[in-house]
Design a protein. Structure first.
Ligand code: 4NP
Length: 163
């Protein structure tokens, strides 16, 4: 049996995009009965919201779709590369920061843009930061993240979890 897959979703604040992605992925993984095989956390590249619950607007959007959000803000640290097999970044800035934290090429290769797993996505693969915008932004984040999580799950079941 191959090792468990350990995922960390990362954005800037760890209160909007990455905890949404973690909650959506947990939901999709549970549907696929893979909860025992895929471990999921989220983190921020900043330490601005350490210990805080997710943004209420993200919580409301997720609740509207039947999904609960539980993560508390934490900052991604270089040593976290030891704990995770894949680090999924919400946008290009997050990718740059994460790659600069990587202590070598093996860790750099763990960093991917989350939406690169969405087979329908092309062009700009960022999940736009919704923090300073209206509620539409949070619905958009949820849609983009859900499509990417489905693609990521497909990738994991065809690859790392199938081996
Ligand atoms: P997130 O959104 O990176 O999706 O969690 C943000 C949350 C907070 C801030 C910026 C973006 N902030 O400036 O505090």
């Amino acid at each position: 049996m191959p090792d468990n897959v350990r995922l960390c979703f990362v954005c800037l604040g760890n209160i909007c995009r990455s905890p949404t992605a973690a909650a959506v992925m947990r939901h999709r993984v549970a549907e696929a009965e893979l909860t025992d095989r895929i471990e999921i956390e989220s983190a921020g590249t900043s330490g601005w919201h350490i210990g805080e619950p997710p943004d209420e607007r993200s919580v409301q959007e997720a609740r509207r779709r039947g999904i609960a959000m539980h993560d508390r803000g934490q900052r991604f640290d270089a040593s976290d590369f030891d704990r995770f097999s894949l680090v999924l970044a919400a946008d290009y800035d997050n990718v740059s920061v994460l790659r600069s934290l990587a202590r070598g090429p093996e860790e750099e290769l763990k960093v991917h843009l989350l939406r690169s797993f969405d087979p329908e996505a092309d062009g700009d693969l960022a999940v736009p930061d919704p923090y300073y915008g209206g509620t539409d932004g949070f619905a958009n984040v949820f849609d983009l993240v859900d499509a990417a999580c489905l693609g990521l799950l497909e990738h994991l079941t065809a690859g790392p979890l199938a081996e």
